[in-house]
Write a protein that binds this ligand. Structure first.
Ligand SMILES: Cc1cc2nc3c(=O)[nH]c(=O)nc-3n(C[C@H](O)[C@H](O)[C@H](O)COP(=O)(O)OP(=O)(O)OC[C@H]3O[C@@H](n4cnc5c(N)ncnc54)[C@H](O)[C@@H]3O)c2cc1C
Length: 363
């Protein structure tokens, strides 16, 4: 029987959290594998990267976005434009933010180039979905991880001493370990990617609240725009079934200064939906595992905190595991510190979420 490849750490999920963890573990000279199966060319929601994220990328040896992306794959966000709880628009210029206004980027490309960088730096990448995970009976091996469908180019399984759940809101590994998630809101989102007219030069992030929820839009490079509505499931279901209703409702707000219709949807795209609620598991660490990114805490998109926290918790989670391996006697202290950190981010975020939603009727 072929030998099972063994790693110090296996990370399941290669969004920004999983890849940041992989890059940091690799810097700390641990043997690490990333496992995911990604539709590489598919547009992904979550395109606003805050300016502060550059500090985290630098920790990973990435000096600027230009080392990851082509110039036509990202652009500067010049301001936050919002009509929140009132009709008038207010503009918060990026110049007022000491860390800058951040960027709007092609999110699938951002994730993809981070993943490629990890591979270039020596992280093993397995293009697979993870299925069953077993606690090992072999000495010095904690888990064996089986792939859902193995091919001739893939081994049947991997083994490791530590496991990271970076599977996003799915928190696929935590669920296998019986860890439940608590939801703090019931918001969903419906998303459209559209082509924009050449005269649309707006580089702001636009947010507008309405009685039933709130709208968001940001222009992406190469004359594309993401438009999203956030609200309750019933309305989201109606919008996704009736794109005309989505666009006419949007056109009736003054989110954009021109009319958009379903004919403007980018080629091969439909409206899509996703959960957009605040959720977190009852536990973010275990005996030899921890959760990072959305698996550990998923935010309301209003905060635009998701990628920042994914990178931050990926880096921090990697450092915690390295410390546990170096000094196993202190393991429970390190894991507790990580739990406390995630908890404090959650509490700060909930305070600001409640503050923002108290200003409008919805929620
Ligand atoms: C509507 C909406 C808008 C948002 N907008 C923004 C924004 O503008 N800015 C921002 O910062 N954040 C935004 N976010 C949040 C942000 O996108 C997430 O916080 C971020 O993607 C989390 O990264 P992650 O790596 O934890 O998870 P993800 O990016 O979700 O990656 C998880 C990965 O795990 C993989 N996976 C899942 N199950 C398995 C399995 N069994 N085996 C192998 N792999 C698996 C998936 O394929 C995926 O690649 C938004 C979120 C929503 C819902």
């Amino acid at each position: 029987m072929a030998e099972i490849p063994h790693y110090d750490v296996v990370i399941v999920g290669s969004g920004p959290a999983g890849t940041a963890a992989a890059l940091r573990l690799q810097q700390l000279q641990l043997r690490v594998a990333l496992v995911d199966q990604v539709a590489e060319d598919q547009f992904k929601i979550g395109e606003s990267l805050p300016g502060a994220a550059i500090r985290l990328l630098r920790t990973l040896g990435i000096q600027g976005l230009d080392t990851l992306l082509h110039p036509e794959e990202y652009q500067v966000c010049t301001a936050n434009a919002s009509a929140w709880g009132r009709e008038q628009w207010t503009y918060k210029d990026a110049l007022l933010n000491p860390e800058g206004g951040g960027w709007h980027l092609l999110r699938h490309r951002f994730d993809q180039t981070l993943r490629q960088l990890a591979q270039e730096r020596g992280v093993a990448y397995y293009n697979a979905k993870v299925g069953a995970i077993h606690t090992s009976t072999i000495t010095n091996v904690k888990y064996t991880i089986n792939f859902k469908r193995s091919t001739s180019t893939l081994p049947q399984s991997l083994s490791c001493n530590w496991l990271i759940d970076a599977t996003g809101r799915a928190s696929a590994i935590l669920r296998q370990f019986g860890v439940k998630r608590t939801s703090y809101s019931d918001q969903m989102a419906v998303i459209a990617w559209v082509n924009t007219p050449l005269e649309d030069k707006d580089q702001t992030t636009r947010i507008k609240s309405v009685a039933e929820g709130w709208w968001y839009s940001a222009q992406l490079p190469t004359h594309k725009r993401v438009i999203a509505f956030h609200g309750q499931a019933e309305r989201i279901a109606r919008m996704v079934k009736q794109p005309d209703f989505f666009f006419s409702t949007m056109n009736n707000t003054d989110l954009l200064p021109y009319i958009v219709s379903k004919n403007d949807l980018i080629t091969d795209s439909d409206l899509s939906t996703t959960y957009a609620n605040v959720t977190r598991p009852t536990q973010v660490v275990g005996e030899a595992w921890l959760a990072v990114g959305d698996a550990a805490l998923s935010f309301d998109p209003l905060s635009s905190q998701g990628i920042f926290f994914a990178l931050y918790s990926g880096i921090r989670g990697a450092e915690v595991i390295a410390k546990c391996l170096q000094n196993p006697i202190q393991r429970s202290i390190y894991l507790q510190q990580y739990t406390q950190k995630v908890d404090s981010v959650f509490r700060a975020n909930e305070r600001s979420r409640k503050h923002y939603y108290s200003g409008i009727n919805y929620h």
